[in-house]
Ligand binder design. Structure first.
Ligand SMILES: Cc1cc2nc3c(=O)[nH]c(=O)nc-3n(C[C@H](O)[C@H](O)[C@H](O)COP(=O)(O)OP(=O)(O)OC[C@H]3O[C@@H](n4cnc5c(N)ncnc54)[C@H](O)[C@@H]3O)c2cc1C
Length: 390
């Protein structure tokens, strides 16, 4: 249940393995937050395996590379080449895409296979299971039955709560601002096909192009203790956002001034779960391994989960609980490493050494040296869902 990026990828992968699926989504219509998402080669590999790679690439931008910029002077360093280099090294591109576009591609593909697979306005309240199957209780009083239940219901997962009780996230001390800018409002030199990561003491900013370069996605994260609401749809004001980034480079100010609607979101931390499967029920994506957005891997992990889950349910189809345990075992260490790697980037991106430009130069040269970057990203980008042992 849950028709987010993770749930729909899983649904499509399962259908492609010949397994019947129904997706229960609380929202009355399929609507993603109007923001961008970066899909690295480990994720685009899955989209290609599901036959959606080219369609997604047409709608998004295959960025040529990534760069680091210093919050104050704007000094720029190359982080890595992507574009053709990503395809050459990992077999697949690095894609930046408007979230509603990606969701649309996934939903259309699911509906082409099974027109009525996605049930909208279906708020799930809880479930029960026995040796024969699972029963999902919906808000309208009806019940859905099946052989297995996968909670792909996001960071506030009701299925996770039903399985393991309420969780206790802690506030990271960071508030993230996000918004989208029509590129025509920006100076031409800023409309490039690269992902940029500004780093500064106590904050960072990430921006990249979307929709063939017509939009620019902006995420700005800042250490600040007075806002702790974990919601993707809370609006803030341009003035408040600009005040948070006072003193940052003029390019950052220009972007902030041109954001149509700024949203703010408190970043919460949940420790990696030791387990997330119980009998015929399991979890997927943010429901079981939400992470800080500092490695740009939350959606990629949810996409990988979906594909591996489908492989396990196909391979061990006669024993659903065993298949779900195989899935969890295949995914536990990798997703834990991504959760930890995301958190480790706070200190790297927000380091106090970045206040002084001369210190900052030495710090960036060391922290973003080629071999250190490879250590942080190669294991992510090379992962092959189609071959990983299950
Ligand atoms: C600022 C920011 C930037 C990010 N950037 C990136 C990035 O560049 N790359 C990347 O890989 N990841 C990124 N992420 C992470 C990524 O957005 C998430 O990891 C991803 O969306 C998780 O997908 P999901 O399908 O697990 O959950 P969700 O997208 O949250 O989907 C859950 C679905 O379940 C539904 N649902 C919830 N409860 C119920 C219920 N009771 N009944 C029925 N349906 C229900 C919801 O309506 C929703 O549709 C970012 C996150 C943030 C905050």
């Amino acid at each position: 249940m849950g028709a987010g990026i993770g749930g729909l990828t899983a649904a499509l992968a399962l259908i492609r393995q010949g397994i019947g699926v129904d997706v229960y989504e609380q929202a009355p219509e399929l609507k993603e937050l109007g923001a961008g998402v970066q899909i690295s080669s480990n994720g685009t590999r899955v989209l290609h395996a599901l036959g959606l790679g080219e369609e997604a690439e047409r709608l998004g931008v295959v960025v040529a590379g990534k760069e680091i910029r210093l919050w104050s002077t704007g000094q720029t360093w190359k982080l890595f080449d992507l574009g053709a280099v990503s395809i050459e090294r990992y077999g697949y591109p690095y894609l930046t895409v408007y979230r509603p576009d990606l969701l649309g591609v996934l939903a259309n593909a699911v509906r082409r296979e099974k027109a009525a697979a996605i049930h909208l306005g279906a708020n799930c309240l809880g479930f029960s299971q026995d040796s024969e199957g699972v029963r999902l209780q919906l808000e309208d009083g009806t019940e859905a039955r099946g052989d297995a239940l996968i909670g792909a219901d996001g960071v506030h997962s009701r299925i996770r709560q039903a399985l393991f009780g309420p969780d206790q996230p802690s506030f990271s001390g960071i508030v993230a601002w996000r918004g989208v800018i029509p590129t025509e409002r920006l100076p031409e030199r800023m409309a490039r096909s690269v992902g940029t990561n500004w780093i500064g003491p106590g904050g960072h900013v990430v921006h990249y192009p979307l929709r063939a370069g017509s939009l620019m996605n902006f995420v700005g994260a800042l250490e600040r203790a007075d806002w702790q609401v974990e919601s993707w749809s809370t609006r803030g004001t341009t003035e408040e956002m600009a005040a948070d980034f006072a003193g940052w480079n003029e390019d950052v100010q220009t972007m902030i001034r041109n954001i149509e609607t700024p949203y703010k979101w408190a970043l919460m931390v949940r420790p990696p779960m030791e387990r997330w499967t119980l009998g015929r029920a399991s979890l997927l994506g943010d429901a079981c391994h939400s992470m800080l957005p500092l490695l740009a891997q939350g959606a990629n992990m949810a996409i990988e989960d979906g594909f591996v889950l489908a492989r396990c349910l196909k391979e061990y189809r006669d024993d659903v609980p065993a298949a779900l345990m195989r899935y969890e075992n295949a995914r536990r260490d990798r997703t834990r490493r991504a959760v930890e790697g995301s958190a480790a980037n706070i200190e790297r991106f927000h380091n106090p050494k970045l206040s002084d430009p001369a210190e900052a130069r030495k710090y960036v040269d060391r922290e973003w040296a080629e071999e250190r970057v490879a250590e942080r990203y190669e294991w992510l980008f090379r992962y092959d869902v189609t071959k990983v042992s299950i």
